[in-house]
Design a protein around this ligand. Structure first.
Ligand SMILES: NC(=O)c1ccc[n+]([C@@H]2O[C@H](COP(=O)([O-])OP(=O)(O)OC[C@H]3O[C@@H](n4cnc5c(N)ncnc54)[C@H](OP(=O)(O)O)[C@@H]3O)[C@@H](O)[C@H]2O)c1
Length: 238
């Protein structure tokens, strides 16, 4: 059996760590975990690389070490930093430069630079699978509640980039599958402060979310490239 190589960016996160665990348990899969800090408790055979979106050299070096890949999931992301008083906006008057800059830096610019270094290096002769974790909140047509301006805007921008990458790679990598995936509400550091009143019980665990995301990503085909899909494989309108 030939070994397939998968990489997870944001491997220290709730969903990212669960993705690494599940892929590492599979036979014939070589897993690379990308994170900006130390990674403890990962299976010994998982390879580790440093990736910090604020350090261009780390993006370049990680992508050079990785190619060629069979699968990549970008599970980095930012919603709040309660310690710095940054939380999702409930009104337009709560918008701050700091929240917008942070959301754009981590949810858009970092993944874009990673893509810019990596996607053109993907193998051209097989159905490589690439997912960026987006969010239903980044759908403009689905937005009925408003609020969460910086996060919503950053995820809408990420969805747009995914569409651009899919169009651009269609010519050189006709079998590639490049999508945005919404994991559902998942009990992680990112979401927990906002899961009050029983919603925590309704949220997926990171392990459930990882299982769902891998199952969806494995059923998609090149015809789906550029789309946004939820944890059950249902398309989300931009
Ligand atoms: N949880 C949910 O309910 C939910 C719902 C919809 C969409 N999503 C999306 O799913 C993705 C994963 O979320 P999660 O819930 O697993 O969040 P999480 O546990 O907070 O993980 C976020 C990950 O992003 C990494 N990261 C943050 N800033 C970075 C930077 N500058 N450079 C490199 N890595 C950086 C974090 O690294 P550190 O550990 O070093 O901070 C961590 O590994 C996000 O894109 C999120 O928007 C989540």
């Amino acid at each position: 059996m030939s070994v397939r190589r998968w990489a997870i960016a944001g491997a220290s996160g709730g969903i990212g760590a669960a993705l690494v665990d599940q892929l590492a348990a599979r036979a014939g899969v070589e897993v690379w975990a990308l994170a900006r800090g130390r990674l403890d408790g990962l299976p010994a055979h998982v390879r580790r690389l440093r990736l910090d979106y604020d350090d261009d050299a780390s993006i370049r070096e990680a992508t050079e070490a990785l190619a060629p890949l069979d699968g990549l999931i970008v599970a980095t992301g930012w919603l709040h930093d309660l310690g710095r008083g940054l939380k999702p906006e409930r009104s337009l008057r709560q918008q701050t430069r700091e929240a917008f800059e942070t959301a754009m830096r981590i949810n858009v610019i970092g993944p874009a630079l990673l893509a810019g270094n990596l996607l053109w290096r993907l193998p051209r002769d097989r159905p490589v699978r690439v997912a960026f974790l987006g969010a239903r909140l980044g759908s403009i047509s689905d937005n009925r509640l408003g609020g969460w301006h910086a996060y919503r805007a950053s995820k809408a921008a990420l969805h747009m980039l995914v569409r651009c990458y899919a169009i651009e790679l269609r010519r050189t990598h006709p079998e590639a599958i490049i999508v945005a995936l919404h994991p559902g509400t998942v009990s992680t550091k990112l979401a927990m402060p906002f899961l009050k009143g029983g919603r925590a019980d309704q949220a997926f665990t990171p392990a459930e979310a990882a299982r769902n995301l891998l199952a969806v990503l494995e059923t998609l085909t090149a015809a789906d490239s550029g789309g946004i899909f939820d944890w059950a494989g249902k398309p989300i309108k931009p």
